[in-house]
Design a protein around this ligand. Structure first.
Ligand code: NAI
Length: 468
């Protein structure tokens, strides 16, 4: 019945799938990758990259606004956004990156098919056109899709998800965003800078639940500057559709009109490769894997958002690599021990004009363990030359450490370009460098990055650009 034989079939061409496919193929496995849309997945096509394209426009707008104080005389400082052109520019960047991934897959001799795939047996994958592939191993990397919530009137034509909003042909006058998590906040920052009147409705008492409170404060101030209205501890009870707009009724008794509503209330695992013909264990709508990435079936692995573990592209890259390694051990192509998936030291970033970037335990979380004598070093970016030169005095870099050895427990940053700092913190934490080593290393000046050295130095009383 089968007409193709492979070592591995990878289902899904996002960060977990394409990296897993390329790595396994480079190690000598015969790999087929099935992707029903475009390789690159959510991250590249409808997530991280397109939103960063628009965030860059936010920086451009901000630079134009700051021009006058720098002696750059712009006669007419008003601007309008041509969404068609903006979307075209975004598409160009995405296309270039997709081509890059296609090139890498081709170069590694991964056979890529543009089809939906389902698992119909321990060693059998069926493609949409009826082709059945016999395979030794399967990697399920089918990603995630936008989740929804039960709200009366949610089927309104004015409601979009985080994918549809990327292809808007017009700039909404009034944008309502349901959900003040990472996606909601990023879009609030983008569209308020573009000129839309933005309202964020968040069910919990704070935006960006789970992030350090001081970080959230910095981003919230930025939103306030852009006149974003934020309702916390509030839900939408009803949406009524009219000709040109919709009315949202809120649980706080208020109502608002809006010509676009973004639903950003989490994502959920895409379990579409699974069938009733062949059962693989799931739990609360996510694919269950063990620490090596193996599902309930020993030759079938999972990686990325479909596992529901930490829905971040860089976690998916890591899982794809680890799982490809482990499958190649199964196939006898590698003679090394299997690799565990690591989820302990994972950075997290939220982007707007200013950014927040974190890794590890917050001060509160570290205190709750009752294991450490905690020392916090916080260096304000108002004392950082590079940040001030760019007209930004907001933000900080905060190192949470412990007194005895100087171990770094967490790093929390907010401010201009701080996403570029967090990699150093990750390397230090993963390889058990202490605040002493960070403080002792020469950091380039002037950079935002040197604020990390200063914060580490504060932990050991050796910072000479702050304090006494
Ligand atoms: P999220 O979990 O970050 O935020 C969803 C928010 O919606 C929560 O704060 C929740 O309390 C709120 N909410 C839920 N139901 C609600 C309701 N009925 N009314 C009002 N608020 C409601 O999820 P989000 O932002 O959708 O992101 C999904 C995933 O994508 C996350 O797992 C995230 O890690 C990942 N992602 C990460 C990015 C980054 O790190 N920069 C960027 C984009 C996505």
């Amino acid at each position: 019945m089968s007409n193709i034989k492979k070592d591995i079939v990878v289902i899904g061409g996002g960060p977990a799938g394409y990296i897993g496919a390329i790595k396994a193929a480079r190690l000598g496995a015969s790999v087929l990758l099935a992707e029903k849309k475009q390789v690159g997945g959510t991250c590249l096509n409808i997530g991280c990259i397109p939103t960063k394209y628009f965030v860059q426009s936010v920086h451009t707008i901000s630079a134009l606004r700051n021009g006058a104080s720098r002696g750059i005389e712009i006669t007419d400082p008003s601007f309008t956004i041509d969404m068609k052109k903006a979307v075209k520019g975004k598409d160009k960047t995405v296309k270039r990156l997709v081509k890059g991934v296609e090139f890498l897959l081709n170069q590694a001799k991964v056979e890529t098919v543009n089809q939906k795939a389902t698992i119909i047996g321990k060693n059998l994958v069926k493609l949409e056109d009826g082709t059945v592939i016999e395979t030794k191993n399967i990697l399920i990397a089918s990603g995630s899709v936008s989740a929804t919530v039960p709200i009366e009137g949610l089927d309104s034509p004015f409601v979009v998800d985080s994918e549809k909003i990327l292809d808007l042909e017009y700039l909404p006058k009034k944008l309502a965003i349901i959900g003040g998590g990472v996606i909601g906040v990023e879009f609030a920052s983008i569209f308020s800078s573009f000129g839309s009147e933005v309202t964020v409705i968040e069910a919990l008492p704070s935006l960006l639940n789970g992030f350090d409170e001081e970080q959230v404060e910095v981003l919230s101030k930025g939103l306030k500057k852009n006149k974003v209205t934020v309702y916390t501890s509030t839900t939408v009870t009803k949406i009524e559709t009219h000709t040109d707009e919709a009315t949202l009724s809120l649980s706080n008794g208020k109502s608002l009109n809006s010509d676009l509503i973004l639903l950003a209330v989490k994502r959920k695992a895409n379990l579409s490769p699974l069938t009733d013909e062949f059962k693989i264990k799931t739990d609360k709508n996510r694919l269950v894997i063990n620490e090596y990435g193996v599902t309930s079936v020993d030759n079938i692995y999972g990686g990325g958002d479909v596992t529901g573990l930490n829905m971040l592209a860089h976690v998916a890259y890591h899982m794809g690599e680890a799982v490809a390694h482990n499958i190649c051990v199964d196939l006898g192509l590698l003679k090394t021990p299997k690799q565990k998936i690591r989820l302990d030291i994972v950075p997290s970033v939220v982007y707007s004009d200013l950014e927040i970037a974190s890794v590890g335990m917050t001060e509160k979380e570290a205190a709750a363990t009752k294991k450490y004598d905690i020392v916090v070093g916080k260096f304000p970016l108002s004392a950082n030359g590079r940040s001030l030169s760019a007209d930004f005095s907001e933000g900080f870099v905060k190192v949470v450490s412990e007194r005895k050895y100087g171990q770094i427990l967490g790093v929390f940053c907010a401010g201009l370009n701080v996403s570029e700092i967090i990699g150093e913190a990750v390397v230090a934490m993963q390889h058990e460098l202490t605040v002493y080593e960070i403080a002792d290393s020469i950091h380039a000046h002037p950079t935002i990055n040197e604020a990390l050295k200063e914060a580490a130095a504060i932990c050991i009383g050796q910072c000479y650009h702050w304090g006494s």
